[in-house]
Design a protein around this ligand. Sequence first.
Ligand code: ADP
Ligand code: MG
Length: 252
Amino acid sequence: MSMVKTVGINKSFGQLKVLKDVSLTVEQKEVVCIIGPSGAGKSTYLRSLNKLEQIDDGQIYIEDKLLFDCKDGVNHVKMPAAERNKSLLEVGMVFQRFNLFPHKTVLENVMLAPVHVRKYPDGEAKQKAKTLIHRVGLADKLDSYPSQLSGGQQQRVAIARALAMEPRIMLFDEPTSALDPELVGEVLTVMKGLANDGMTMLVVTHEMGFAREAADRVVFMCDGSILEIASPSEIFSNPRNDRTRQFLQSVL
Ligand code: ADP
Ligand code: MG
């Protein structure tokens, strides 16, 4: 079973074509990193997987279930909204900006969605939240407020918050690019731990070291298209596409 599959996704903002026939399959327990220049459409692609953007054309499958089959912005899959939303809950997302609730503690931030969306009982949600906060190395910060945490700690809370919804695949959109350089490592360490535990992950990143070390496959995206998909060793040592080569020369 694949966790996420997209076939021929197209998306425009007005006249600007942002995604052009993007097809990609992420298998269970796979870690796929998407790299590419700014404006390539990486964020739009991730957001389209989570219904944060409506695609114009193409198909999106989550766990082999066809959720979207779009033509000219109209989805032709007939399915109760509740069923589609349940499948979409399998997809967790962590953003560049962590957007924690400032007036809620770390524990409350992580418990909120499980209680309100998943309808977990308070006690159960609390136990689970504590376990996850421990897992991201912040057991001593349960009652802290976001403003009392570093950016790296806040991003780790955001990861725990996403995990609390028990997603089957995690999307990360440049999770470390808003952080001071000395805080990047602690977030990447948490992500590598997740990958080692078998989480399926699709990660947009500029951290080539992370891609090299953690990715099963690396996708190079440019101008709305996937230009190359390869193993990290192939893409970093011997990129086949000239644009991939140019991009890697500019960032490595
Ligand atoms: P990346 O994440 O690779 O930097 P994005 O997906 O954010 O690229 O953006 C791709 C292109 O789409 C860019 O040219 C961007 O300006 C444009 N874009 C993104 N979101 C919107 C929007 N909501 N409205 C109009 N244009 C957008
Ligand atoms: Mg982006």
